[in-house]
Design a protein around this ligand. Structure first.
Ligand code: CMP
Length: 140
């Protein structure tokens, strides 16, 4: 069993695809163990994406992530990190495989609808960024 964090980003909530994203995870055997809608401040977004602070797109990314509500969810399942990333598709929707969330809904490489942790270490940091132990209703 593995845990990961996913986010329906501001463009996803604007496009009304919260249920669509959740449904694709659930249909693939991924369990939702915590869920909430929040609106990040610019500082919140900077903290969440701290590993990217030297990247040229950091300012634009954190503006985008704080422009409207997001849905954050902790997920659990066998190989959940890799499985969620497969269901999401490549970061750049132009490179995303058919049938993936980003292929179907993302606008561009930044407004790419959904986030998923890329390693066990980032999953732990990201889950703890949004949820406390009492809010995580997992089996593991
Ligand atoms: P995510 O998987 O949440 O991780 C970092 C985010 O930065 C990524 O999705 C995109 O939203 C954004 N991102 C990554 N690469 C670029 C890029 N080259 N230009 C703009 N935004 C990017």
């Amino acid at each position: 069993m593995e845990r990961t964090l996913s986010i329906v980003k501001p463009d996803g909530t604007e496009k009304n695809v919260i249920g669509e994203v959740l449904g694709r995870f659930e249909k693939n055997g991924i369990n939702v163990i915590a869920l909430k809608m929040v609106k990040l401040t610019k500082e919140d977004a900077e903290g969440f994406y701290a590993v990217h602070r030297e990247r040229p797109f950091f300012g634009s990314l954190t503006d985008f992530m704080s422009r409207g509500p997001i849905v954050v969810m902790a997920l659990e399942g066998e190989n959940a990190i890799a499985k969620v990333r497969e269901i999401m598709g490549a970061t750049n929707p132009e490179e995303a495989a058919e049938g993936t969330i980003r292929k179907d809904f993302a606008s561009n490489i930044e407004e790419n609808t959904v986030h998923g942790s890329d390693s066990p270490e980032s999953a732990e940091y990201e889950i703890n960024y949004f949820f406390n132990a009492l809010e995580l209703n997992g089996a593991s």
